[in-house]
Design a protein around this ligand. Structure first.
Ligand code: SAH
Ligand code: SF4
Length: 348
């Protein structure tokens, strides 16, 4: 492994002010990092040469290198990044309606949760990403797409890894994104998706960062949920629902429940009925996701008709329900698949 240096993206403004003084200099550097997306210390024109030289000795700016980029016909762009230790993670630039964009970021190399349907899980767990590596994904994507720093963007923590299993670095990254002198992306523009570590949902809630949560529910009874998400044994459906009820949620907003629909597993109306009962009393919104098959999986994608019937049933019974449109389906759809493709290519 090569010698690695810490990235300047690892620091909140207050932390950076302990490295760089006086405070107007700290703000200037923050501006170079997050307003100009500077990738080279020498580009920082108004910073004294001696300070630049000191920084170059100890720090790097961006710990990520783009190694692959795939653009879909719908405007979605998948990025594969190489980290300083040669490991890789992906992030996705999603074009929403009109001129609105969302960035999907990874929080770990691999994942410990081991969901039966997830390609990321197949490679096991390698390591947590640092806060700087999480921040770098957003800066790199904004930079690569010439997206001005003050133009609004949403962040979803839905890439590789379980965000709440890397809580310290996740919350640090959330705070760095929120810095007024940096990217100034408020909590309400950030959504943390979790497979349901109920104690960590509580811990995140206590920090009161104003972020949204999305719960990857996927099943309405514990038996099937444990088959799909083994750690459901320790954090069962009841414990997750109770944690969600304690989570500080903006009263105008809803908690998103993601429901991965798998043919002949959870796509029946009996499941829809149980889902309504389970979520009664919660201001919820359900996002139905088509299972996205990959070579070697035993699960299948549901039919369009079953998906629509499931959605209709929820709506008729008063539950807000959408079907996630599979953005970037022509490039390499669900999480982890771009990485798999690259690995195979490299083996050739
Ligand atoms: N670990 C977190 C966030 C990353 S996974 C979580 O599980 O919520 C992001 C989303 O991708 C999850 O909702 C997950 O269920 C979904 N996903 C994983 N594998 C998938 C597949 N093969 N097809 C469709 N969605 C998948
Ligand atoms: Fe991890 Fe999420 Fe994949 Fe489950 S779905 S293995 S929690 S990344």
């Amino acid at each position: 492994m090569t010698n690695t240096k810490p990235s300047l993206y690892d620091y909140t403004l207050q932390e950076l002010s302990r490295i760089v003084t006086p405070s107007f200099r700290t703000k200037q550097i923050y501006g170079w990092l997050y307003h100009q997306y500077a990738q080279d210390f020498n580009a920082m024109k108004n910073i004294p040469k001696t300070l630049k030289e000191q920084l170059i000795q100890t720090y790097i700016i961006n710990p990520l290198k783009i190694v692959r980029k795939e653009e879909s016909s719908d405007g979605t762009i998948k990025y594969l990044f190489e980290l300083q230790d040669g490991k890789t993670v992906e992030a996705v630039w999603l074009k929403m309606k009109e001129d609105k964009y969302t960035i999907c970021v990874s929080t770990q190399v691999g994942c410990k949760v081991g969901c039966a349907f997830c390609l990321t899980a197949k490679g096991g767990f390698t390591r947590d990403l640092t806060a700087g590596e999480i921040v770098a994904q957003v800066v790199s994507l904004k930079h690569d797409n010439n997206h001005p720093h003050n133009k609004k963007i949403n962040i979803v923590y839905m890439g590789m890894g379980e965000p709440l299993d890397n809580l310290d670095n996740l919350t640090k990254a959330i705070e760095i994104f929120q810095e007024k002198d940096g990217l100034a992306i408020g909590g309400k523009r950030q959504t943390v998706s979790t497979s349901g570590l109920s104690n960590k949902i509580d811990a995140l809630g206590k920090m009161d960062l104003g972020v949204h949560i999305a719960i990857s529910l996927h099943a309405v009874d514990d038996e099937l949920r444990t088959e799909l998400i083994p750690m459901n044994k320790a954090h069962n459906i009841h414990s997750i629902i109770e944690a969600v009820k304690r989570f500080p949620i903006d009263t105008r907003k809803r908690v998103m429940f993601e429901y991965l629909v798998i043919k002949n597993k959870n796509d029946d109306l009996g499941s829809a009925k149980k889902l309504i009962k389970l979520l009664s009393g919660i201001k919820a919104k359900v996002n139905l996701i088509y299972f996205n098959p990959y070579p070697g999986t035993a699960y299948q994608r549901p039919s369009y008709e079953d998906m629509r019937n499931f959605q209709e049933y929820l709506i008729q019974h008063g539950l807000l329900a959408t079907i996630r449109d599979s953005k970037g389906i022509d490039i390499s759809a669900a999480c982890g698949q771009l990485k798999e493709k690259t690995k195979n290519k490299l083996k050739d």
